[in-house]
Design a protein around this ligand. Structure first.
Ligand code: NAP
Length: 335
């Protein structure tokens, strides 16, 4: 058993990691931490009472290094790089769920803040599993992709060779409220969200440059990505609709089936996808259709799992030489 830890165990993605790691046949959960610690995991998450009892410490890089071979940083950006920078010196493997190691330095500093660990930025593998498996297997530091970029990129990347990359790409995305983390704000207040749907950060969300940067890195195409997220009255789940301009006639479903033939956690659907069929799982469901030169690509994921914690766990599996599906959830919360 390989000893692993979670820093940020009181948060939403931290809890998803705890739940999967408790049943993981190759990892032993040996360190849990939050900002202040001095508690237990079942005190933080009452759903775990009589299931498990584990101490939660005040986060400390030396204790992480002493206790684990690999750690998940389920922290806000900036806090993550503070830990990662120290942990890299101890040789602890890291899967970071924040934005700190996802982007090129210039893009990161434009959209987030000054980077405090430029030394290790280039060493990070981007954790979009289907496209970076080989890099992840060799990496000591993996940057978990953003939830919206995960759903968007998995949907649109197979079509980049067939679309007019000089035409704008329009991404309409919808997310459940857990995407914003556990901290309450006016936007995520029950009264604001219930029976409601609205766009936020239209054309200026931080995930827009992440999507554009990865398309450019993978295909050399500098695309004009127009990204508009919406909040929906659901706890978890993300639905993305991408609109692009085709430069040739294609059979979209055939392209998807061929592209992902060896990827067991991508399901190509014959009709538009929905969030509930992927909730509680690592699956990304994708559907696509075309009419004339218009292409519609539709993808759905669970933002807390494929968009964060299960994608991080698959990365950890690969970094430790395990099968990528080890301990990964596949049964959806349906009905
Ligand atoms: N939610 C999603 O769907 C999603 C998807 C993809 C990526 N992400 C990313 O994953 C990360 C975690 O997201 P989340 O939704 O789980 O957030 P969250 O619910 O707000 O949890 C954040 C956690 O970080 C802890 N924390 C903050 N600063 C800390 C510090 N200096 N030392 C130790 N612990 C600290 C908090 O602990 P305290 O309780 O002590 O404050 C809390 O447990 C974020 O970077 C987020 O952008 C989230």
């Amino acid at each position: 058993m390989i000893k692993v830890g979670i820093v940020g165990a009181s948060g939403y993605t931290g809890l998803e990691l705890v739940k999967m790691l408790l049943n993981h046949p190759g990892f032993e959960l040996s360190y849990l931490a939050t900002t202040t610690g001095n508690t237990t995991i079942e005190a933080l998450h009452p759903s775990l009472v009589d299931v498990v009892t584990l101490p939660v410490e005040e986060a400390d890089a030396v204790r992480v290094a002493e206790s684990c071979e690999l750690v998940f940083l389920a922290l806000p950006h900036k806090a993550s790089m503070g830990f990662a920078r120290k942990l890299m010196e101890y040789g602890t493997k890291i899967v970071d769920l924040s934005a700190d190691y996802r982007l090129e330095l210039e893009t990161y500093e434009k959209y987030y803040c000054e980077h405090e660990d430029t030394e290790h930025l280039d060493e990070a593998a981007y954790g979009l599993i289907e496209y970076y498996r080989d890099e992840i297997k060799q990496a000591s530091l993996v940057a978990g992709p953003g939830c919206y970029p995960t759903a968007t990129l998995l949907g649109i990347l197979p079509f980049i060779p067939y679309i007019d990359t000089s035409a704008p790409l329009f991404v309409d995305a919808k997310s459940g409220v857990s995407g914003a983390g556990k901290k309450l704000s006016e936007t995520t207040h029950f009264v604001t969200v219930n029976d409601n749907i609205f766009a936020y950060n239209a054309l200026k969300h931080r995930h827009e440059p992440e999507i554009a940067e990865k398309i450019e890195k993978m295909y050399g195409a500098k695309m004009n990505v127009n990204f508009v997220p919406h909040l929906i009255p659901a706890t978890r789940g993300e639905l993305v609709s991408v609109y692009a301009t085709l430069k040739q006639d294609i059979d979209p479903l055939e392209i998807l089936k061929k592209h992902y033939a060896d990827d067991r956690f991508i399901r190509i659907r014959e009709k538009p996808v929905d969030i509930k069929s992927t909730a509680g799982t690592h699956f990304c469901d994708i559907y696509a259709a075309s009419s004339g030169n218009a292409l519609f690509v539709n993808s759905a994921i669970d933002n807390l799992l494929r968009g964060a914690s299960s994608q991080a766990l698959v990365a950890a599996n690969l970094m430790c030489g395990y099968d990528e599906g080890m301990g990964i959830p596949t049964i959806a919360y349906v009905p």
